[in-house]
Design a protein around this ligand. Structure first.
Ligand SMILES: [Zn+2]
Ligand SMILES: [Zn+2]
Length: 251
């Protein structure tokens, strides 16, 4: 088994597939920006889609950057949840499931922006025509159940933010959900976030950038102590098992 090591991580990064992200966020540029920022590990988390995950994971392998396949899904309640997986196949399976629960509408590109798809050479392959910047009709509980069944883990995104944050949107942190961690934006200290949101209880918090521009990647990294970057190891770090842990880099 690999030894425990420190991973400087940003587990919430968009690509040019997200309409609200910059069009130059192609796989190689995203990976390069992550390495310039000193990261060892990123997660690709486009809005409601996993169609760019495979290329970024493959580029990450070529460039020696660990990349977790993921998605930022928007639930029926307008809550953003980061979904992380071990394999591209799991993520793509989840992506197909989410597509079945999205409205069958085209992306109004002039309003929301382009949804670009690149290959592993950064060649533009086409566009996602389906509207991604909207809610699917799956609820928070359904997303957690389905992602867990597929072998993934769910982390509520930017819970300190008003827009699409779980606590603001629902008004509480669902006690029945088996959530081990929540993501914060890193704009204020963890203690300040906990003071503002006592609903968070003692859940593990970590920061991520939610980068929509190349220069935002790694802006608010966290340090994960893991044997390898897998969903199982993340779970152990959230629980603090066997020396695994996560800490927010001081701003
Ligand atoms: Zn979000
Ligand atoms: Zn995001």
């Amino acid at each position: 088994m690999p030894r425990l090591r420190r991973w400087r991580a940003d587990l919430h990064v968009h690509t040019a597939l997200s309409p609200c992200a910059d069009d130059d966020m192609s796989p190689w540029r995203v990976v390069a920006a992550a390495q310039v920022a000193g990261l060892d590990l990123i997660a690709v988390t486009d809005h409601n889609s996993c169609r760019q995950v495979r290329a970024v994971v493959e580029v990450g392998k070529m460039a020696d950057l660990a990349v977790l396949p993921g998605m930022e899904v928007q639930t029926r309640e307008d809550v953003h949840l980061v979904c992380l997986f071990d394999t591209v196949e799991q993520a793509e399976s989840w992506g197909e499931e989410v597509y079945e629960h999205l409205p069958a509408r085209r992306n109004p590109e002039q309003t929301f922006g382009k949804q670009l798809l690149f290959d592993t050479c950064d060649h533009l392959m086409g566009k996602e025509e389906r509207l991604l910047l909207t809610a699917c009709d799956l609820g928070v509980e359904q997303v957690v159940a389905r992602v867990t069944a597929l072998g993934g883990v769910v982390v509520p995104a930017h819970v300190d933010r008003q827009a699409y944050g779980l606590v603001y949107t629902l008004g509480f942190f669902p006690p029945g959900l088996d959530l081990l961690a929540a993501e914060i934006s890193g704009r204020e200290a963890e203690d300040a976030v906990r003071a503002r949101f006592p609903q968070l209880g003692d859940i593990r918090l970590y920061a991520a950038s939610d980068a929509h521009r190349l220069e935002e990647i790694g802006l608010h990294p966290s340090l994960f102590y893991l044997r390898e970057p897998t969903v199982a190891e993340l779970g152990l770090a959230f629980r603090g098992v066997g020396g695994r842990r996560v800490g927010i880099c001081p701003g």
